[in-house]
Design a protein around this ligand. Structure first.
Ligand SMILES: NC(=O)c1ccc[n+]([C@@H]2O[C@H](COP(=O)([O-])OP(=O)(O)OC[C@H]3O[C@@H](n4cnc5c(N)ncnc54)[C@H](OP(=O)(O)O)[C@@H]3O)[C@@H](O)[C@H]2O)c1
Length: 250
């Protein structure tokens, strides 16, 4: 099958391209750096021509309210081009529990992306993943100073990007779900605990203080970011991923 992977140079997109090509498909990466711009529409029709499946793994450059316009414009352009090209399956990657944290602009933007896809003309699949393990360092950095990292107790279930890419690749190569598949990592931790585990593994001596108002995850109440019952559970454990990261420096 032929796949157009939009955002195919990103963290997840590049691995999806690799997985699909290794499985014998023809997957082509498209992004700003290959001359395709989902905001202006430049190169979009040509990128989608002849594709059986479109996998949209683009991301907004910011998490603020500009992300709403990013996902609105990009989805409008991509869906119009996919319909025109007769594409039979359109896949996006969203976030577990995303509609339950409307206080965050970015989460409202991802909910909008899902809603546009569901209302659109092309058979679709939505993969919702929990927070990527690769994202944890950034999450800690937002509320850190030289001595302390302040973190809320929000439960998170980190998942490795490679496991996310494997699931997106599987779903993209299958029949459209016209629905959502949820994916989470094997372990759930309060974010303050995740912070301690992460700092210790990296030999970072800063301490973690619980602050239920700190950082963007403070806006998520209860276990809304934990994968619901029936979710696919990915194999890679955070402790093993951290060990591999600190020994290989990847
Ligand atoms: N972080 C998490 O924990 C998490 C959890 C669940 C779901 N997700 C979702 O996963 C998706 C993929 O994330 P990621 O981390 O793989 O993203 P990423 O590494 O930041 O990659 C973003 C991709 O989008 C492309 N792009 C950006 N603006 C573009 C434009 N105007 N036109 C065309 N291409 C454009 C980039 O192209 P260039 O490389 O050429 O600039 C790049 O290929 C996102 O939609 C995100 O919401 C994330």
């Amino acid at each position: 099958m032929r796949f157009a992977v939009i955002g195919g140079t990103g963290l997840i997109g590049s691995q999806v391209v690799r997985n699909l090509n290794a499985a014998g498909h023809e997957a082509v990466p498209h992004s700003l750096s290959t001359g395709v711009d989902v905001l202006t529409g430049q190169g979009v029709d040509a990128a989608l021509a002849g594709a059986d499946v479109v996998v949209n793994l683009t991301n907004s450059p910011t998490f603020d309210d500009a992300s709403l316009a990013f996902f609105q414009t990009s989805m409008d352009r991509l869906l119009a081009a996919a319909e025109q090209a007769g594409t039979g399956h359109f896949v996006i990657l969203s976030i577990v529990g995303v509609e339950q944290v409307p206080e965050l602009d970015y989460y409202r933007a991802k909910t909008l992306q899902e809603d546009i896809l569901k209302a659109g003309p092309v058979p679709y699949s939505i993969v919702r993943a929990t927070q990527f393990m690769e994202f944890m360092d950034a999450a800690l950095s937002w509320t850190a100073d030289d001595d302390t990292v302040r973190l809320p107790r929000t439960p998170l279930q980190p998942v490795a990007a490679a496991d996310v890419a494997a699931t997106v690749s599987d779903v993209a190569a299958g029949a459209p779900l016209n629905g959502t598949l949820n994916l989470g990592g094997p372990d759930t931790y309060p974010l303050d605990e995740l912070g301690r585990i992460t700092l210790a593994a990296q030999g970072d001596t800063r301490s973690v203080t619980v602050d239920d108002t700190a950082g963007m995850f403070a806006a998520a109440h209860g276990d809304v970011l934990v994968a619901p019952q029936g979710a696919r559970i990915a194999p890679t454990r955070y402790a093993d991923w951290l060990r591999a990261k600190t020994t290989t420096g990847r």
